[in-house]
Design a protein around this ligand. Structure first.
Ligand code: SF4
Length: 370
């Protein structure tokens, strides 16, 4: 029999305790978990929430992940690649408006044209955003899939600033059977879990702050699987996590498996955030936009449960409909300025402040690099 108050005082946790915390459903128990996660977030990372302005550069993808609405074999999506001027323009807007960092996200491509295109964008963003406010230029997070180490190195060099450089490559689940089920789509860019782990190691070698994450509530996933995911985060010694609920997409290839009931999925997602905070301490944890699909204050509750990063969407609105990884993605029409102001007051209402003009490197990474 577990005693919640005693477990929440601990610094290290057994697998059984992690599974117990993940499975909490009683509102009073969840409240206690939330309060402890919030307290430890303040203790480990401070009181600030950092913005990463999200720029969805392109929805062209060579992969066929079965859960994804923009997988290669979905021919109902109109494909786009933003112009360099648009990407750099949005990055400059972010820098001018106090965002310390941005995230460039796109489907996975391995062709030289795309690799050098990203390189050129990075060079220009760095050149144009070094200022008194941002002496190292805008912080950059890349989320561009699995790439050879040479490509990671080229992009790191092009960024001009390895102190504020991050890469997010989620492994989605550490359960090999589930991973294979999610990625068994046909095509010549099939996914192997070990390759994903190798990419994360290569990113570390190139000097990136390493981010990964999983999907929560995949059909067939157990609490023990999520516990194993947390152990994998520990083993990989990650600097940041971006994870969210598994949401079905009508445009994906897994509709027949359905989706966990919303309230249950939402609480499980929040519990996973809180337990990651308890176990992993001073990493950055992003409040996924997907939380907002399940609850109108999903991201704010994510902050209460231990998140310290939010990714407002800066993509021009004309492209947003084309970047729907899952159904009912919110914010298709939000204009960045109004949204940013509204978001700040919602963050303040949770007792946090926005870390304006600060790229918000993870404390874990800062301590590692001293
Ligand atoms: S999850 Fe990423 S790599 Fe997989 S199909 Fe979607 S965009 Fe492509």
């Amino acid at each position: 029999m577990f005693n919640l108050s005693d477990i929440l005082k601990k610094q290290t946790f057994t697998d059984e305790e992690i599974v117990y915390l993940l499975g909490l459903t009683d509102p009073q128990d969840c409240q206690k978990l939330k309060e402890e996660a919030y307290r430890r977030t303040t203790e480990n990372t401070g009181n600030k929430v950092y913005y990463r302005g999200l720029i969805e550069c392109s929805n062209i993808c060579t992969a066929n992940c079965r859960y994804c609405g923009i997988r290669k074999d979905n021919h109902n999506v109109k494909r786009y690649l933003m112009d360099k001027e648009d990407i750099v323009g949005q990055a400059l807007w972010a820098a001018d408006n106090g965002y310390g960092s941005i995230c460039l996200q796109a489907g996975e491509r391995h062709d030289e044209k795309f690799i050098s295109f990203i390189e050129e964008c990075l060079i220009e963003i760095h050149e144009k955003t070094v200022s008194e406010k941002l002496p190292d230029g805008l912080g950059i997070t890349l989320s561009l899939g699995e790439q050879p180490i040479e490509v990671y190195e080229r992009w790191a060099k092009a960024s001009g600033n390895r102190r504020n450089l991050r890469y997010l490559a989620r492994f989605e689940t550490s359960n090999r059977e589930l991973f294979d089920m999610l990625h068994s789509g046909k095509g010549n860019n099939e996914k192997v879990l070990d390759n994903r782990f190798r990419c994360l190691q290569n990113l570390r070698e190139c000097g990136y702050q390493v981010g990964t994450g999983v999907m929560i509530g995949i059909p067939g996933q157990t609490l023990e699987d999520l516990c194993a995911d947390i152990r994998m985060f520990q083993k990989l010694d990650v600097d940041m996590i971006g994870m969210g609920p598994y949401l079905m997409s009508e445009e994906a290839d897994l509709v027949s498996l359905g989706q966990m009931e919303n309230d249950k999925l939402f609480q499980l997602s929040l519990n996973m955030i809180a337990v990651c905070r308890l176990v992993l301490g001073n990493i950055n944890i992003a409040a996924a936009t997907a939380l907002q699909v399940l609850h109108p204050e999903g991201r704010e509750l994510g902050i209460e449960y231990g998140c310290n990063v939010i990714m407002p969407n800066l993509s021009p609105t004309k492209f947003r409909k084309g970047y729907q990884l899952y159904d009912f993605k919110p914010g298709l029409k939000d204009d960045p300025f109004t949204f940013g102001v509204r978001l700040e007051s919602r963050i303040n209402s949770r007792g946090r402040e926005v870390g304006w003009n600060d790229s918000g490197s993870s404390k874990k990474w800062l301590m590692r690099s001293i």
